[in-house]
Design a binder for this molecule. Sequence first.
Ligand SMILES: Cc1cc2nc3c(=O)[nH]c(=O)nc-3n(C[C@H](O)[C@H](O)[C@H](O)COP(=O)(O)OP(=O)(O)OC[C@H]3O[C@@H](n4cnc5c(N)ncnc54)[C@H](O)[C@@H]3O)c2cc1C
Length: 333
Amino acid sequence: MTRRDSFKLLEATGLALVLPQPLLLFAQKNNSMAHTEFEVIIIGGSYAGLSTALTLGRSRRKTLLIDAGQPCNQQTPHSHNFLTQDGMTPKDIADVAKSQVAKYPSVHFYNGFANSAKRSQEKFEITTSNGEIFIAKKLVLATGIKDLMPTITGFNECWGISVVHCPYCHGYEIRNKNTAIIANGEHAFHLAALVINLTSKVTIITANKDQFNEHQLKILKQNNIRIIEKDVSAIRHQNGQLKSLIFKDATSEDFDCAYASIPFELHSNIAASLGCEFTEHGHIKVNPMQKTTVEGVFACGDNSSPMRSVANAVQGGNFTGAVINNELSKESF
Ligand SMILES: Cc1cc2nc3c(=O)[nH]c(=O)nc-3n(C[C@H](O)[C@H](O)[C@H](O)COP(=O)(O)OP(=O)(O)OC[C@H]3O[C@@H](n4cnc5c(N)ncnc54)[C@H](O)[C@@H]3O)c2cc1C
């Protein structure tokens, strides 16, 4: 079925009138998936992947964007600190981006999960969980990261709502609140220095014995920052709004919100199976050109950067698209 046919079908079924414009463009694009060979395949179609696709689409590169639709920020009610989109929902930002990328005819969309990747004769062969196989000269991993929720009851429900990871993303909205920092040592000290400018009511919850040196303890004291050497077992909350932290010794303390950083893993072992190297923190190793340690494989966004933000993902994707287009241009010129 051609794209025109599928659009006619949508019109005939009345769906064209019902679907909002970005989804309509999507439906057209997905129904037009006739080819399996591309110049570039991007795995991950959130901010980093869409940004890469925009640059490649504008360069008329035949590109496939494979996305499972599980961005890490989907639970947060509003996304902040991305110019022009401050305070929008994560989904609204992505929907606008998708509708803009969908206007470029060389970009194709596939909704699904890329299960595996292998190199085959200077190209990459990607297999989806439905068994479809797609081939491309260059591969972009824009797959983000998967946050691993701790075994604290209620943590998951509060994540991105009242338990947050980043003062730049959410700190302004929780300014002047009674705030807990669930962390220890250098990381807690660093966060406290940032957060104290947003609220004067800061308590550090260290789980075990605090790991601050004399100098740090003095500064924390000067700023009236309390330290509680207790381990959190549960969060009492109402619809994700933190009310109090319950500790393992069965005592509790009231707070309005908390900062926490939690471990993560990648969504799949594609990078590892291709032979990509990783940093000591578990990110895919990239050079300043967003190239991984495997020729032809690029990575951008959260999976390869500790600076976790929509703006950073968009920047990384934009740059990756330009680097790839430059390589493809040189290879064929
Ligand atoms: C709770 C929370 C709140 C946040 N709030 C803010 C904020 O207010 N402001 C801000 O700037 N930043 C915020 N961030 C950070 C921001 O969301 C991330 O930096 C950004 O989403 C990273 O974009 P990305 O494209 O790299 O990854 P993601 O947005 O996580 O997207 C990765 C995409 O790849 C897909 N994918 C992964 N593997 C595969 C595969 N094998 N096959 C197919 N698809 C795959 C996933 O399904 C997903 O759609 C927040 C993060 C969290 C966790």
